[in-house]
Design a protein around this ligand. Structure first.
Ligand SMILES: [Zn+2]
Length: 187
């Protein structure tokens, strides 16, 4: 594993709707947790109906690395439980749907633990920033600065390439289409 070319480990995680057994998923997820700690890289986590498992494993491992749940769509209570442990939440196009939990709970995410993403959405990152700005009642400029500061503090600080030119669009680092997020398999 060429450490200096890797920005984060993921996505990994748990999906209780997936056909794969939860036992196997837990086994692989714990391996990724250990890799994240070993290589000192943030962990990008997929979470479907597994918040309780993620909280339990965070308590068990007490990781030093940042955990980021991507595509987050949870309740206020889940936001509180996760962010109290320092876990960051990345939010995508779900915020466009008024009946999704995240449309209400986004306001309870501490701004210094928030990320935005496109993931598999057809919507552009600009549209996602625009909608988040509206829901958070936060000017777009402030939102961009906040997310970029989170990216710099939590992600870039672990990435030692030394020669990267950045702009705000890099804050959308969890973008499947641009393949900025790097998948890692156990070697
Ligand atoms: Zn995912």
């Amino acid at each position: 594993m060429k450490e200096n070319k890797i920005i984060a480990i993921g996505e990994t995680g748990l999906d209780r709707n997936h056909k794969e057994t939860i036992d196997l998923q837990l086994e692989v997820f714990e391996k990724h947790i250990l890799l994240s700690e070993q290589y000192q890289k943030p962990l990008i986590i997929h979470n479907v109906k597994a918040t309780a498992d993620i909280l339990r494993l965070h308590k068990k491992h007490r990781p030093r690395q940042t955990w980021i749940i991507h595509g987050f769509n949870g309740t206020d209570q889940e936001v509180r439980q996760l962010t109290e442990r320092g876990i960051c939440l990345s939010v995508g196009e779900s915020i466009f749907y008024p009946n999704r939990k995240i449309t209400k709970s986004i306001s309870s995410i501490p701004l210094n633990q928030l990320f935005l993403e496109t993931d598999v959405s057809e919507r552009s990152i600009q549209e996602i920033y625009g909608k988040a700005s509206e829901l958070l009642n936060l000017p777009l400029k402030d939102l961009k600065e906040t997310i970029f500061a989170n990216f710099t503090r939590l992600i870039l600080s672990t990435w030692n390439t030394g020669e990267i030119k950045l702009d705000y669009s890099m804050a959308d680092f969890i973008d499947h289409k641009d393949r900025v997020a790097i998948r890692v398999v156990d070697t």
